[in-house]
Each structure stands twice: as C-alpha cells, then as structure tokens.
Design a protein around this ligand. Structure first.
Ligand code: FE
Length: 303
C-alpha cells in the first residue's frame, strides 16, 4: 500500500507532520558523457564508476541531441536478461523490435516498460534522420525469483500518461505509481516504482510523499532547483544533468528560485540481493551470468 499525495495549494502545505521525515539530498552525481549501442552519445548518471547502482536502479541514461551523428546508429540487436528497461521519450521517435516479432514505435511523450525476464533480443533504432532526439533509459533490477520470468512489454502512448497541474503551476506527468490520487499507466511492477516527470515553475515549492523504505532519487534535466528542504534556501541546489540521491524519509521537498526546474522523481523498493552484472545481463551470481552467455550463444536466451 502506498500513500502518495502532493500539495494542492500555492502556499506550501506539509504532507507529513514530522520535519525529520523529510528526505535530504545525500549526494549529487554529475551525469557523465559516454556512448553506447552502435555509437549513441548519452549522459549516464547511474551505471558508471561513480554510482554503479542505486538498488534497485541499475542504470540511467539521458540522450539528447539534434545532431543525427549522435544518435543515428541506434541500438542494433542486443540481448537482455534479469531486469527491466524503461524508455521514456521526450522528443523524436524510436522503433523497437524484438526477435519474437514484437514491434513498437516509441514516439515523443511515450514510455515503454520492458520486463526482459529470462531473455529478449531487441533493437532500438531512431525513426528519424534529423531533428531532436531526447529521452531517458532507466534499468530496474528484478528480484532473484523474477529474473527468469516471461518477458513482458508495457507500451504506453503519450495520451495514456496522465498529467495534472497544481495551482502554483507545477505540472506532473505520472508514469508509474500514484501521485495526488492520479495513477500512472504502468502496472504490476514488482519493485512498486514511482516514476514522475515534474516541471516546477520559478519561485514555487512542491513536495511529495515517498514510501519510507524505498530508494529514491531525482534527476534534473532542465533549469535548477533546491532539493531536500521545504525552505528552498536551505536545500541542496541541483542543476541540469545531475542526479541527487535522497536519504531515507517519508517525503521530498523541492523549491525553486529565479529559474524553473524539470526533473524526474524516481523511487522503488530496494532488493538487497547480490548483483552479478555483465553488460546486458544482470543476475545474482557469476554462474548465472555464464549461463546467460551460453544461452545467448546457443540461441536459447529469447523465445
Ligand atoms: Fe536494450
């Protein structure tokens, strides 16, 4: 059971009565420029040396470029096993295809939550030769008992992702979880994630309840904000292309000054299990990773 709510009023109203239950920012991580796939330029904040994982999150990439050379090569066929990949598009479009014949076109504003489970082999290729391509890919781990589950797709078109606006102008898209009684369209994910895309105007505050035992972070991708305190001058300033890891607590507060901010708010239940990871396979033991390679080579990973 999760209880999530946000402030409806222009003046900030506490959603939790105990001030020490607010989640402060533990650490700020700068996203690092890297490339993946056949040469797609991206900024990685989880899944690099500085933050190899944030249980249950394994990776977060932002790709944003209007130079086709940065994205045109895409992600040709590659395998996954043992976790979930979540693609959220803000601009441009991506064609998704797997070796079982499943296809989908990820357009601006859409999300694909793919549970790779025991294995899929897929490609993710740009559907455009020019213009802006912008979005995120998040990897979410699966617990040991679900790692070999049947693969599953939740392809959500833009119109099915609810968005609400508060009196202070804050706009919130609810991708997964519940916010202000608005339920996100992504369902039945084992780590019970909250995935929000939040736009907070200048000179305003906002707070949100997060289950106390869940791992949570924010990723700022436009503007800047002050995170962790209701009084924005006391919070931690986080600017674009930076991730803020939130301490344990029951809610998070954000304030803005002269600039607006746009960020992702993510939370999910940690798994507290050993992680054996190699490229596109994330299992619990090294033996299971070797098995994944063998299955891939034998052609038995997917299907
Ligand atoms: Fe992939």
């Amino acid at each position: 059971m999760t209880m999530l709510s946000t402030d409806q009023n222009l003046n900030h109203v506490e959603t939790q009565s105990t001030p020490d239950a607010k989640r402060e920012v533990l650490q700020v991580i700068a996203a690092q420029q890297t490339s993946d796939g056949a040469g797609v330029s991206l900024k990685r904040s989880i899944g690099k040396h500085s933050l190899s994982e944030l249980d249950p999150f394994l990776l977060l990439d932002e790709f944003r470029s209007d130079n086709p050379n940065d994205y045109i090569a895409g992600f040709p066929p590659h395998p996954h096993r043992g976790f979930e990949t979540v693609t959220y598009m803000l601009a441009g479009s991506m064609q998704h295809q797997d070796s079982n014949g499943n296809t989908g076109n990820l357009t601006a504003g859409s999300v694909q939550w793919m549970t790779a489970g025991r294995g899929i082999i897929h490609s993710e290729m740009p559907q455009q030769e020019n213009g802006l391509m912008w979005g995120f890919q998040l990897w979410v781990n699966l617990p040991a008992k679900e790692k070999m589950c049947a693969p599953r797709y939740q392809d959500i078109p833009p119109a099915d992702i609810p968005e609400y606006t508060l009196e202070n102008g804050a706009q919130i898209r609810v991708i997964a979880g519940t916010s202000n009684s608005v339920e996100g369209p992504v369902k039945d994910i084992v780590t019970r994630p909250l995935y929000l895309d939040v736009h907070l105007p200048a000179n305003s505050t906002w707070s949100h309840v997060i289950p106390a035992d869940h791992t949570a972070f924010v990723y700022v991708f436009e503007g800047e904000g002050s995170f962790g305190k209701t009084n924005s001058s006391e919070g931690k300033r986080i600017t674009s292309n930076h991730l803020g890891i939130l301490a344990k607590g029951e809610s998070v507060a954000i304030g803005t000054g002269e600039q607006s901010v746009r960020f992702l708010l993510l939370a999910a239940q940690p798994l507290n299990e050993p992680i054996a990871r190699y490229g596109p396979f994330v299992m619990n033991t090294r033996t299971e990773i070797e098995q994944a390679f063998q299955d891939y080579q034998n052609g038995t990973l997917a299907g």
